[in-house]
Design a protein around this ligand. Structure first.
Ligand code: ADP
Ligand code: MG
Length: 253
């Protein structure tokens, strides 16, 4: 058994009367690709919001590499090595591809974006490091030749890859991808599968939410299934495909 990178221990969150995530347990091993699937409103994005510290759980705890993170602020969690993308594209359309990646790191450095405008000597060194890390991330997502283009001029599939590049540039150990293939055509999806495998081969752990079953089955080592906030199944792609509870959740009860 390899090392557990992320553990959810009886995690629950309530929004008023709604239990969006209900007593969920999960263990993700380092270096693997884990998928989280389930109908709309099942609580998948909320699990990512809990892991990244946007909401504290109402009950239960989350640990990363053995350390409890469920009482930390989002920037501290990023600092520890967890990065994410969002279900809906969050790019600055009128900024360049490179600046869209750099801004993800300015948010987590001491000087921040304002400091980089004022520019002391140490800030300049930091700026250089940020640019290098950003270019490296763009290279991984095969976008380095588009660094100076405006984000809005990229085709849709490349905009989604740009968001992954922004997450990668923070040098994470674990990356959370919320519906990374949504809206992509089959060709763009195939390219994305290859890139996610490449990210994994660099030693990263990937946790993704995705609706495209072919994409999920093809890519994941293990899959967890959520329905009304509860984990109703977990296993290998082959096990999940023949699980009666999963089939019922998808076909409607
Ligand atoms: P999924 O990503 O699986 O489609 P979500 O995690 O976005 O589902 O949402 C799960 C449920 O929690 C939904 O019913 C949603 O409306 C509710 N929810 C999510 N965030 C909030 C919030 N901040 N306040 C109230 N309800 C929320
Ligand atoms: Mg969602």
């Amino acid at each position: 058994m390899s090392k557990v990178i992320l553990e959810l221990n009886s995690v629950t969150i309530r929004f008023g009367g709604l239990t969006a995530v209900d007593n969920v347990n999960m263990k993700i091993e380092q270096g693997t690709i884990r998928a989280l699937i389930g109908p709309n409103g099942a609580g998948k994005s909320t699990i990512f919001n809990l892991i990244t510290g946007i909401y504290p759980p109402s009950a239960g705890e989350i640990s990363f590499l053995g350390a409890r993170i469920s009482d930390l602020k989002p920037h501290a969690i990023t600092e520890m090595g967890i990065a994410r993308t969002f279900q809906n594209i969050r790019l600055f359309d009128e900024m360049t591809v490179l600046d869209n990646v750099k801004i993800g790191q300015h948010c987590r450095t001491k000087t921040g974006f304002l400091g980089s405008i004022i520019r002391g000597p140490s800030v300049k060194a930091e700026e250089k490091a940020i640019t290098e890390a950003s270019m490296e991330a763009l290279k991984l997502m095969e976008l380095e030749h588009k660094a100076d283009e405006l984000a809005m001029n990229l085709p849709y599939g490349e905009q989604r890859r740009l968001e992954i590049a922004r997450a990668l540039a923070t040098n994470p150990k674990l990356i959370l991808l919320d519906e990374p293939a949504a809206g992509m055509n089959p060709q763009e999806k195939m390219t994305l599968v290859a890139m996610i495998r490449k990210i994994q081969s660099r030693g990263l752990t990937i946790f993704l939410v995705e609706h495209d079953m072919k994409f999920v089955m093809n890519l994941s080592d293990r899959i967890a299934v959520l329905d009304y906030g509860r984990k109703i199944a977990a296993g290998s792609p082959a096990e999940i495909q023949r699980d009666p509870a999963v089939i019922a959740a998808y076909l409607g009860k």
